[in-house]
Design a protein around this ligand. Structure first.
Ligand code: KIV
Ligand code: ZN
Length: 521
């Protein structure tokens, strides 16, 4: 049954590769974008917003390649309200079996002031641009940006214009995460009841999480009549992020009794894509994040464990298997072979080719030599970090640090820079500071440290530490991640990883830059 005939079907529009990727520091490479798009298509996402084609050559190429490779999903490209953006968007998505142009303009009083347009001038622009898009394809989405702060009469007026000009989906963005559930439901309900032609199109909801209400607001909008939810994996996105896909989908599945709508998502693919997005974006998932956090299905307190043993429903409202979490399995060790590792990886949802497995096996052996038991979380950390180390221009060769009481720490660090080994000895305020100074000595740079974060992967004093480092240089932001049983080594590797990512970005001038503004029209 199609969405047009099945009134209980909610379309899932994923914007991880557009709104998510635009989050500072979350930039993904071309290949990573293709991989994520394939995973989204495989899990049953209805519409993939693959990027903002006018933003850069890199964005354009990624969107058009995703369009060419698409299987079932509609592929959508974002465009501001001008012909050049719209043409570029269509050029990129036209290769898809089902292309969509998504064009938008800020309609609230505050946003109208940016291009300095009167209400009438903006209304004309909306008519012209939606008509232009509709002449290119019959699948056009239009968004009044900052809709939830737009005057009611004007919002109705411009939506009517967009529908008459041929928009087939009207998206209602809560751009600054300002609305609340009752208001969100009411807004969609009133729009459907008021705007002429509303019954012939689909209303979408696009919420940001500034007040922590994005999922609630999206579900409320569905209750009000929206049949497309815009979201991202892990809630990735600027500021507090977008609505999390996994939360909406699992809420609809788990509470079908009071929310009688359904999606086409294969929920068992959720964990795998969540991990992959965390890795490629550099945005780790918080431990207590709903659905995909490390602790989301952990019932560790004594009372809970007792209750769980008696009946898992006492404390578990969803089955871990439903989100693709296989039950925990036996740890590996230094005698485990390649077949055992392959088995474990498959159990965790990774299917690797022989060459990839070979690379992971080398890193696994190295870890197993230092750590008695290698748990699932260690393997996941191994998969998250270091995969691109081989092709990197900067590599850590050795690091020795002398530290303790009675003086500054001293790091002796050897780094391979474009194939040549170089050594630096630096003192610092603690081992991490000394190591970072040594790296800067060998690879002078002006990158500013924005974030340095350490967390233990498992319990025990031999646990691996994962370290995230976020750097900013000339407006470019890059996040590096690493894991090691030695926190200082993990820190140095994470710093080098972030520097490598900055170098890649610099090398591909224009490819990943997002200097283009959403408010220029
Ligand atoms: O949040 C927003 O308003 C957007 C638009 C471009 C749809 O992302
Ligand atoms: Zn948005």
């Amino acid at each position: 049954m199609t969405q047009a005939t099945d009134k209980s079907r909610v379309l899932i529009f994923d914007t991880t590769l557009r709104d998510g990727e635009q989050s500072p520091g979350a930039t993904m490479t071309h290949d990573e974008k293709l991989e994520i798009a394939e995973m989204l298509d495989d899990m049953g996402v209805d519409i993939i917003e693959a990027g903002f084609p006018i933003a850069s050559e890199g964005d354009f190429n990624a969107v058009s390649e995703i369009a060419k490779r698409s299987k079932n999903a509609v592929i959508c490209g974002l465009a501001r309200a001008n012909f050049k953006d719209i043409d570029r968007s269509f050029e990129a998505v036209k290769h898809a079996a089902q292309p969509r142009i998504h064009t938008f303009i800020g309609t609230s009083e505050l946003h109208r002031a940016i291009p300095n347009l009167t209400m009438d001038e903006m209304a004309d622009k909306i008519h012209e641009t939606v008509t232009h898009a509709r002449n290119l394809t019959d699948n056009v989405q239009w968004s009044p940006m900052d809709a939830t702060r737009t005057e009611w009469d004007y919002l109705c007026r411009v939506i009517e214009i967009a529908i008459k000009a041929g928009a087939t989906t009207i998206n209602i963005p809560d751009t600054v995460g300002y609305t609340a559930p009752m208001e969100s439901a009411d807004l969609i309900k009133r729009l459907i009841a008021t705007v002429p032609g509303a019954d012939d199109i689909i209303f979408a909801t696009h919420c940001h999480n500034d007040l922590g209400m994005a999922t609630a607001n999206s579900l409320a909008a569905v209750a009000g009549g929206a049949r497309q939810v815009e979201c991202t994996i892990n809630g990735l996105g600027e500021r507090a992020g977008n609505t999390a896909l996994e939360e909406v989908v699992m809420a609809l599945k788990t509470r079908h009794d009071i929310m009688p709508w359904h999606t086409g998502i294969d929920t068992t693919k959720i964990m795998n894509i969540s991990r992959r997005v965390a890795t490629v974006s550099g945005f780790a998932v918080q431990f207590n994040k709903a659905i995909v956090g490390k602790n989301a299905f952990a019932h560790e307190s004594g009372i809970h464990q007792d209750g769980m043993l008696k009946n898992r429903e006492n404390f578990e409202i969803m089955l871990p298997e439903d989100v693709g979490l296989a039950g925990t399995s036996l740890p590996l060790g230094k005698h485990s072979g390649r077949a055992a590792l392959r088995d474990k990886l498959e159990h965790l949802g990774f299917e690797l080719g022989d060459n990839q497995l070979k690379d992971v096996f080398v890193r696994f052996k190295d870890l197993a030599d230092r750590k008695k038991e290698v748990f699932d979380d260690d393997i996941l950390a191994l998969m998250r970090v270091g995969a691109d180390a081989e092709s990197a221009r900067l590599k850590l060769v050795t690091l020795r640090v002398a530290c303790g009481t009675g003086g500054p720490a001293e790091a002796t660090l050897v780094m391979d820079i474009d194939g040549a080994e170089k050594t630096a000895i630096e003192k610092g305020d603690g081992p991490v500071d000394a190591s970072f100074k040594a790296i800067r000595k060998l690879h002078p740079n002006t990158a500013r440290l924005q974030l340095y974060q350490v967390s233990a992967v498992t319990e025990g004093t031999d646990a691996q530490a994962t370290v995230s480092v976020r750097l900013e240089e000339d407006g470019n932001i890059a996040t590096g991640e690493s894991a090691d049983t030695d926190t200082v080594v993990a820190s140095a590797k994470a710093y080098i990883h972030a520097l490598n990512r900055l170098l890649t970005r610099r090398g591909k001038t224009g490819e990943d830059e997002k200097e283009i503004s959403y408010t220029d029209h």
